[in-house]
Design a protein around this ligand. Structure first.
Ligand code: ZN
Length: 248
């Protein structure tokens, strides 16, 4: 809950908001001091601290030290909606279609096994390290998404938890769990086909693989064979809806 402000706090907040609105970035501490007629930067920090304590601004701890102190005005959403650079999607590379075809074959195999048809393929230096598909129903394991199974198999196979230099191909945008695993495994590149507006965390609902606060970022390409992957998923769910319910 935001608490009432004293005149000096209000002045600094107004200044911050106006400056952000005009420039899209925050003023320096020195500029804040000048705007308030204060010589001591310590006093500026103290006023900023009170604004934060009262819930009007937030420190942005994800930024470099030089700008860490600066703040997000409570009304930042209104004044500078573009403050966080969104995820960057790289264009496809020549081999992407071929590997995505292979991931699609895995997705088809998943569908044949009554699993949600999602497939994944892990490649390094032009060679296949692991491939798999969604196995949550078969194994009764909610974490057995195609990406998780492929990452585990790859790490086992090469005897290392870090998969630097590897590219993961997956037919559907990874969820939060899989995106987290991709970052932990330090996968260098992610290529996915269809976007997932309901649970996708690699561009749709968020972008864990390119979050600047984490210690690894994965280059990302999307949309490779997206139509085929999307049609496969739609067909699977339509088919299940149109089928009569199983007898007990
Ligand atoms: Zn997942």
């Amino acid at each position: 809950m935001r608490q009432a402000l004293r005149p000096r706090e209000q002045r600094l907040l107004d200044y911050l908001t106006a400056f952000l609105h005009e420039n899209g970035f925050q003023p320096s501490i020195r500029e804040m001091g000048e705007a308030l007629g204060l010589k001591s930067t310590r006093t500026v920090y103290a006023v900023l601290g009170r604004l934060e304590g009262k819930g009007w601004i937030e420190r942005d701890r994800s930024r470099s030290r030089a700008v860490r102190l600066l703040t997000r005005a409570a009304s930042w959403e209104d004044v500078a909606p573009e403050r966080e650079p969104g995820p960057v999607f790289d264009p496809p590379e020549p081999a992407d279609t071929q590997w995505m075809m292979r991931a699609l074959e895995q997705a088809i195999a998943a569908g044949a096994a009554e699993e949600v048809p999602v497939g994944a393929v892990l490649v390094r230096e032009g060679r296949l390290i692991a491939e798999s598909h969604n196995r949550t129903r078969t194994t009764g394991d909610p974490t057995a998404h195609a990406e998780m199974v492929a990452l585990r198999r790859a790490a086992e196979r090469i005897g290392e938890a870090r998969l630097e230099g590897a590219t993961l191909y997956v037919t559907l945008e990874p969820c939060a769990m899989c995106a987290g695993a991709i970052v932990l495994a330090k996968v260098s590149r992610l290529v996915y086909a269809a976007t997932d507006p309901k649970t996708g965390m690699c561009g749709s609902l968020g972008c864990i693989v390119q979050d600047r606060r984490l210690n690894h970022r994965t280059r990302t390409t999307r949309g490779v064979l997206a139509d085929s992957a999307g049609a496969l998923l739609r067909g699977f769910f339509q088919d299940r809806r149109s089928r009569p319910p199983a007898r007990p």
